[in-house]
Design a protein around this ligand. Structure first.
Ligand code: GEK
Length: 236
C-alpha cells in the first residue's frame, strides 16, 4: 500500500508513532524514505547469515515487519539457526507474525532495552538506536556486549549526522531531492520531519564508533554509507 500518511494538509502534527496507520504502508514508506535501504537490508542479512554458521542464534532488535530477519533466513539454509525479531510496536509484531511463516523465526513484543540476548552470535540494530533515549544507548550496547557469545557480531545501521556542516547540508538536501523524486510532496516531507523531531535523535559516525568501543566491542568497521545513512559491524 502507498504511503500517504503525511499527505493531508489538515493533519495535526503529532510525534511519529509506529501505529497501525504506519504499519499498513511501512514497506513503501521505508523504501522511499531511507536511501540505500534496499542494499543495507540484504547485505546485513548476508553478513549475519554467514556469521551464524549452521546453528547460530541472531536477534533482530527493532525488527518492524521482519525485513532483516527474513534476509538472514533467506541467506542461510540450516534448519538449526534461529532469528528472534523484537519490536515494541504491537501492530508491527502481529503483522510480522502474519507475513513471515519461516519456523526458524520467532517474534517477541518487547522494549529492546529489556530484551535479553544471552549467548547471541549476531545482534542486529537496524535503524532503531536512533529512537532510543540517548542517555540509554551506551548502557544498552554494554549489556548486549556482556550477554552476547564471545566472537559474536553486532550489526548497526543508523541515520548519521556530520560534524562538517557543509557536508551535512549537501547530504541532507540530496536526501530531500531523493524523497521528492520518489513521489513525496514538499508538504509530506516537511510534516514527517516535524513529526520525527522529538522521537528520532541521531549521532555522528564518530560518536557511534566511540560508543561501540566504550561498550567493549572491537574490530569496528563501517561497511556501508549512502548519503546520511551508515552501517557498522563490530565483534565481541
Ligand atoms: C527494518 N529494522 O526494516 N524497543 C523496541 N522496538 C522499538 C523501540 C524500542 N524501545 N523503539 C522503536 N522501536 C527495521 C526498521 S524501524 C526504522 C526499523 C524506521 C521500533 C519501532 O516500533 C519500529 O518498528 C522500529 O523500531 C524502527 O530493517 O522506521 O525508520
Amino acid at each position: 500500500m502507498r504511503d500517504r500518511v503525511f499527505s493531508d494538509p489538515n493533519r495535526q502534527i503529532v510525534d511519529f508513532a509506529f501505529d497501525s496507520e504506519v504499519v499498513a504502508v511501512f514497506p513503501d514508506m521505508i523504501r522511499r524514505s531511507v536511501p540505500g535501504y534496499e542494499t543495507m537490508i540484504p547485505v546485513t542479512g548476508l553478513i549475519a547469515a554467514n556469521h551464524l554458521g549452521s546453528s547460530g542464534r541472531a536477534h533482530d532488535l527493532g525488527c518492524s515487519l521482519g525485513a532483516t530477519t527474513l534476509a538472514i533466513l533467506q541467506n542461510n539454509p540450516s534448519e538449526d539457526i534461529q532469528v528472534v525479531g523484537v519490536d515494541n510496536s504491537p501492530d508491527m509484531i502481529s503483522q510480522a507474525r502474519r507475513v513471515i511463516s519461516d519456523n526458524r523465526a520467532v517474534f517477541v513484543e518487547a522494549d529492546i532495552r529489556d530484551h535479553e540476548v544471552t549467548g547471541a552470535d549476531v545482534v542486529v540494530l537496524n535503524l532503531v538506536l536512533q529512537f532510543i533515549d540517548p542517555d540509554d544507548r551506551l548502557a544498552l550496547l554494554t549489556r548486549l556486549y556482556r550477554e552476547m557469545a564471545p566472537g559474536g557480531m553486532i550489526l548497526l545501521s543508523e541515520k548519521v549526522a556530520n560534524s562538517d556542516e557543509k557536508r551535512h547540508r549537501f547530504f541532507d538536501e540530496t536526501h530531500l531531492a531523493w524523497k521528492r523524486a520518489n513521489g513525496y510532496s514538499d508538504l509530506e516531507v516537511s510534516a514527517k520531519r516535524e513529526a520525527l523531531e522529538n522521537v528520532m535523535r541521531i549521532d555522528t559516525e564518530e560518536a557511534h564508533v566511540k560508543r561501540l568501543k566504550e561498550a567493549g566491542f572491537s574490530e569496528i568497521q563501517q561497511w556501508y554509507r549512502c548519503l546520511n545513512w551508515a552501517s557498522f559491524l563490530a565483534i565481541v
